[in-house]
Design a binder for this molecule. Structure first.
Ligand SMILES: [Zn+2]
Length: 380
């Protein structure tokens, strides 16, 4: 059994489901710290406060849209402004900029950080991230519905935008507010269904073992760390950041950025869902707009794949945000390495079947080779 696979086993089976801000998440942090400690690295565990689920903020936003529809017939103007406010909040939260979630109750999570200094004077810095928490399951991740995840998400955005647009017409033109309100009702109904799905997720969803998402990424991070401490890079300083509370809203990556404010020329390689399917370099990320990955890192990945004979794909990722999205949205030269099935989906994504037995050790090894290859190419 490869050491990387053993890490996946430890995280996803021995520790098990690692919900954001839970005791199991803390245990996983402790495991990662112990493993990195074996390489005698300079280690830090940094606590931060985070929401424990993304359902709360998005549920609240859905509720604001519903309240806007309820007050609109008697008070169109406040109804319109409330819907507009909710839409702005939705766009910000979906783009890794916390807005309403700042007001929600928080729990504790932590990042585990390790520095691997360069052998001589460093001239560049690289951050490698991988989250170790696992998500709660939800109906829209079920095998039947997950194929339409993006479509239903975009429908939701469409419903929200339409509600705002129709109420704006009522406020700023002489069209009948009553008619426009009737027209908005299908949109409001769709938003209500989304709200109920989020509520169901909190009441009936279960934390997944998170073998692929993302014990696989952490396993690759730990193996890369081991090799880099044996053979450090010459002019490149590497910081490993195992993030907590990613699944509740990329909170670990945000907390790291807030505390450390790395310079804007710091490269970032994010490892997420690497255990099953085709190893892929993500060329652009974002469910609403797409933020392009660093052209330099993409081109280095291409060279490494050719030299090491790795079967590597290049594709955009248009589902939920990753730690990589956080850095891309703030204009860091970043890239996410992931793996997808034939349909371009993450196998067993946010579902109880995200188990160790489905993780392919070959995948982890290929991803490790790719990361090491990119790092060495950066130096040459
Ligand atoms: Zn993930």
């Amino acid at each position: 059994m490869s050491q990387a696979y053993r890490h996946v086993l430890q995280l996803a089976e021995t520790i098990g489901p690692r919900g954001s801000c839970t005791e199991a998440e803390r245990k996983a942090a402790h495991y990662i710290k112990t493993e990195l400690g074996r390489s005698k690295l300079n280690l830090m565990e940094e606590q931060f406060k985070a929401v424990s689920s993304f359902s709360w903020v998005f549920g609240l936003i859905d509720l604001l849209f519903i309240v806007a529809a309820l007050i609109f017939p008697s008070r169109p103007k406040p109804g319109f402004f409330l819907a507009l406010f909710a839409f702005i909040a939705f766009i910000l939260e979906s783009s890794t900029f916390p807005f309403l979630s700042r007001l929600l109750p928080k729990k504790s999570s932590q990042n585990v950080i390790a520095h691997i200094p360069a052998r001589s004077k460093p001239i560049r810095k690289v951050i490698i991230t991988a989250h170790y928490d696992s998500s709660r399951s939800a109906l829209n991740f079920s095998p039947k519905l997950v194929k339409g995840f993006r479509r239903s998400y975009l429908l939701l955005v469409g419903a929200m935008a339409s509600e705002v647009f129709l109420y704006a017409l009522a406020v700023f033109t002489s069209l009948s507010p009553r008619l426009l309100w009737f027209l908005s009702l299908p949109c409001v109904l769709y938003i209500l269904v989304t709200f109920l799905t989020l509520l169901h997720r909190e009441l009936a969803g279960e934390y997944t073992p998170g073998a692929n998402d993302n014990a696989s990424g952490v396993a690759v991070l730990l193996e890369v760390a081991k090799i880099l401490t044996r053979f450090p890079l010459i002019t490149t300083e590497v910081t490993l950041v195992a993030t907590g509370a990613e699944e509740s809203g990329t909170n670990g990556a945000l907390a790291y950025l807030r505390r450390h404010r790395p310079s804007k020329d710091t490269y970032v390689i994010n490892l997420d869902n690497l255990g099953i399917g085709h190893l892929t370099v993500v060329t652009a990320e974002g469910i609403l707009g797409a933020k392009a990955a660093s052209p330099e890192l993409l081109s280095l990945a291409k060279t490494v794949a050719a030299e090491k004979n790795l079967a590597l794909r290049f594709a955009p990722y248009h589902l939920l945000t990753t730690d990589g999205t956080v850095f891309l949205m703030r204009n860091y030269p970043a890239v996410s390495l992931m793996a997808f099935d034939e349909e371009g989906l993450l196998p067993n994504w946010h579902w109880p079947t995200d188990q160790v037995s489905f993780v392919n050790p070959e995948n982890l090894n290929a991803a490790k080779e790719l990361v090491l290859g990119i790092l060495r190419k950066l130096e040459s």
